[in-house]
Design a protein around this ligand. Sequence first.
Ligand code: ADP
Ligand code: MG
Ligand code: MG
Length: 536
Amino acid sequence: SDLVGLDTLVANTAYLKAQHVDRNELKKQRHSLTLPKPKKSSALQLVGGNKYESLCERQPIGRKLFQQFLLASDLQYVAATEFLEDLNRWSIAEGETREKAKQRILTKFFRPESKSFLSYLTGEAAEKCRNLSEKNFDEVTMDQIKEATRDFLRGKPFSEYLKSPIFYRFLQWKEFEKQKITSKYFYEFRTLGKGGFGEVCAVQVKYTGQMYACKKLDKRRLKKKAGERFALLEKKILEMVDSLFIVNLAYAYDSSTHLCLIMDLMNGGDLRFHIYELGERGIRMERVVHYMAQITTGILHLHSMDIAYRDMKPENVLLDAKGQCRLSDLGLAVELPKGKTICQKAGTTGYMAPEILKHDGYNACVDWWALGCSMYEMLAARLPFKDFREKVQNEEVTRRTLEDDVKFEHRRFDAPSKDIIRCFLRKKAQYRLGFRDDPRKHVFFKNINFLRLEAGLVEAPWVPKSDVVYANNVDKFRDTSEDEDIMLDAKDEKFYQEFSTGAVSIKWQREMIDSGVFDELNDSSQNGLGFENVWA
Ligand code: ADP
Ligand code: MG
Ligand code: MG
């Protein structure tokens, strides 16, 4: 890194500086921003169908506004909201804090004389509520009462909310969310990596300061190599995903030359780089456990939506500035119809499961095999069936994968790590860990609290240095290809429109909340503005 060129130095400086944006300065620049008036047609579309989960739970702004509505309503609604909040706090708390949270819940919500007593409960849930004490306060019971509370909120409170001025505010946010996105929406910084159809660079949203990565796909190159279908598939899958452990999509738009995917910025380098390029090869156990827990949770999230990832390998696991990891590059991911298998060979040599290599039908279980290979690699700095930089024919790797037992010669392996790898590397998919048994239950993960991990409360055991750019020098990514001879036509335009859907609701709403824009606009437009209610 002594040989960093001047170009790279300048690019790095601008990029690093952007990450320490002055929030007050941005706030000043936003002073004239206001929420638009919702269109009646789109409003009706949103209300149609009972979309309680999406409107009041999953969308972050929807959730906040629904809570705001409930807290300004009658005592029962307030109790229900506060109960769900406290319950959530209890479920992710540990030790003394957890005990305190439990006592608080018991006195506040389960004593008939308390004004927050859960009096809306009926039937079995009401019975449980009356008899609740220290002794029968457990996760199963609390889950039942939680579900009964959600059922209650889904009824009368939800239908009242849809007619309220606060819901009108939500519609204004949804209108804002639909704004057209162009390259003018972002500042662009240095290139971080290169893919098959173009480069990936860092960008920043001008009015929020939020940093993202932008994966650019060259329109002409896509057409030349018939990659359009795959680009659209990757975008659609990225858009469905909402996990702390997968690179999520925030915006999709197009410029005259490129399709652009705006995703979480992962500036800590990929795990392949961390295994091989930083002095001592391999990664120490404490970090491996943490990464494995996050990757496992990410894979389970994909599988819960019947998506097979098919490209599990350290190179595709990226670290963020805090040292937390996410799966990236969903270009090989596919949706599997429930219970069906596929045959098409896909993956990377050294990580492909026996059933793929034998051209048998396979399912999402191939990801657990590849995870076993990846974990082995993190510890031993080589693959189970292929040594580092070994010049070997694919046929031989296939033979070893199908026939050989895995050997554990590296000193980093201990009993639990060997066992979980053996379970992931069972040659028959139906005996493999992850096929039926939940990998999170394995002793290898005995020190991981998955609820806290999923809530983003577990700190990473290693944090990237904030003044280092974990990427190659910019001149490595210089584009040399020429696709000038390709002409784009009306049919292509139709596809670009299908791709360019703008902001992705959940990510965009979170950005509005995190950057403070949500609070600012809500406050400023509430000042004495008894706004028109379309439903009145
Ligand atoms: P392709 O599918 O064409 O291989 P990738 O999605 O793998 O493209 O991206 C290419 C490279 O860009 C990656 O190897 C990585 O170095 C970098 N990159 C990709 N996504 C991100 C991201 N979200 N944050 C930072 N760098 C990224
Ligand atoms: Mg890639
Ligand atoms: Mg790809």
